[in-house]
Design a protein around this ligand. Structure first.
Ligand code: CA
Length: 219
């Protein structure tokens, strides 16, 4: 049984999802616009968010860019390939195309919940330990002071370890779409992270692209 937040502005769809997930034992909360997500997140902990993309006040992509460390399945129109790719790139776990069958919805929800429970809570790489639930970073057992952006970058590297990440992607993940900042900001933050974690050789610079976390020998 999981606690699920359903974000969908079309009330009949929201009710349909809710009814079907409650029928299999989950407890659900409904939200009808993007901003309401953040009010709900302040009030309670959720195991999963079902997130529509087309929402009033703040669309699903914007919401997605601001929530981390929580399983998300987003709802998208069947013909929008761009939306599907964009959502997954932003870190969503899965998507469901509308209109959907209730059985598919339930299957995807169960699969994502199963995967989330199996996800490592801690990442260890030599002297560095990252508590992915508490969002805390330790070096040789001592807590390291991290800004939210630095933490977001480290978490992104961990989730995409051994994969080259562009500066643009890192910028988008750590600061969100609205920031529109300079990619040199990323370089400055990476340089601080390298210093704090002694990761000078662990975060590799990828020529003309960005960076890669080298984690072949993680504990
Ligand atoms: Ca909608």
């Amino acid at each position: 049984m999981a606690n699920i937040l359903i974000v969908e502005d079309e009330k009949p769809i929201n009710n349909l999802i809710r009814k079907n997930l409650e029928a299999v034992g989950h407890s659900c909360t409904s939200a009808f616009d993007g901003e309401a997500v953040f009010n709900e997140l302040e009030k309670q902990q959720f195991d999963l968010i079902l997130l529509d993309i087309m929402l009033p006040k703040m669309d699903g992509f914007e919401v997605l860019a601001h929530i981390e460390g929580m399983p998300v399945i987003y709802l998208t129109a069947r013909d929008s390939v761009d939306d599907r790719v964009r959502g997954l790139k932003l870190g969503a776990d899965d998507y469901i195309t509308k209109p959907f069958h209730v059985i598919e919805l339930q299957a995807r929800v169960e699969a994502v919940l199963r995967r989330a429970q199996k996800t490592d809570k801690t990442f260890v790489l030599r002297d560095v330990e990252v508590d992915l639930h508490g969002r805390l970073v330790y070096f040789k057992g001592a807590l390291v002071d991290f800004t939210p952006q630095e933490y977001a970058l480290v978490e992104t590297f961990i989730k995409n370890r051994n994969i080259a990440l562009s500066r643009d992607k890192l910028l988008e993940i750590a600061w969100g779409y609205e920031f529109g900042g300079d990619t040199r900001t990323v370089d400055a933050h990476i340089s601080r992270i390298r210093k704090k974690l002694h990761w000078e050789d662990t975060i590799k610079t990828v020529y003309k692209l960005g960076y890669r976390l080298e984690a072949r020998h993680e504990a």
